[in-house]
Write a protein that binds this ligand. Sequence first.
Ligand code: HEC
Length: 161
Amino acid sequence: MNAPLIAIVIVSGALGLAGCENQQDVIAKANTQDNATQRSTEPIVRWYNQAQVERGNELYQANCASCHKPDASGTPNWKQALPDGKYPPPPLNGTAHAWHHPLSILQRQIKVGGVPLGGTMPGFGNKLNEAQINEILAWVQSHWSDDIYHIWHERNAQASK
Ligand code: HEC
């Protein structure tokens, strides 16, 4: 394998585009693995509150909407590389890949951006503080269904162990 090819493989792996599990499969798997009745009756307590979602909306519209779309729907063909080999801004609304990542990784993606991994998203570490980044993530996650949020929540708990 030559060097550029290795680089592409590493980058797509790092961005989570390689081996991305199909969303329906993951939900189906989680539903059969867990006790499904327990899942549906257990109230899902999200980590954020409504005030954070509202502040996050303003910050998101000002900083992120130009690429990820005002409703977080991103680019429908987000798995399709552009002619320059980079990837377009993915949806953040729970239909793509963002919910595979624990909170710490999502925070870092916004702080550092995608450029260090060979992507194009700028970092916001010098523009947004941690509270603001969390408010944006609260707004983003408010678009996720309870099913998606629940699976994310379990993965997030695993990751922070
Ligand atoms: C200039 C366009 C642009 C802007 C502005 C931008 N992004 Fe991105 N974002 C991207 C691209 C493109 C990617 C894919 C990775 C890469 O190329 O860096 C991405 C990836 C992401 C990911 C990872 C998603 C995944 O499926 O793993 C998250 C989370 C994210 N962006 C959140 C944000 C947030 C929040 C903001 C605003 C603070 C923002 N982005 C601003 C272009 C942008």
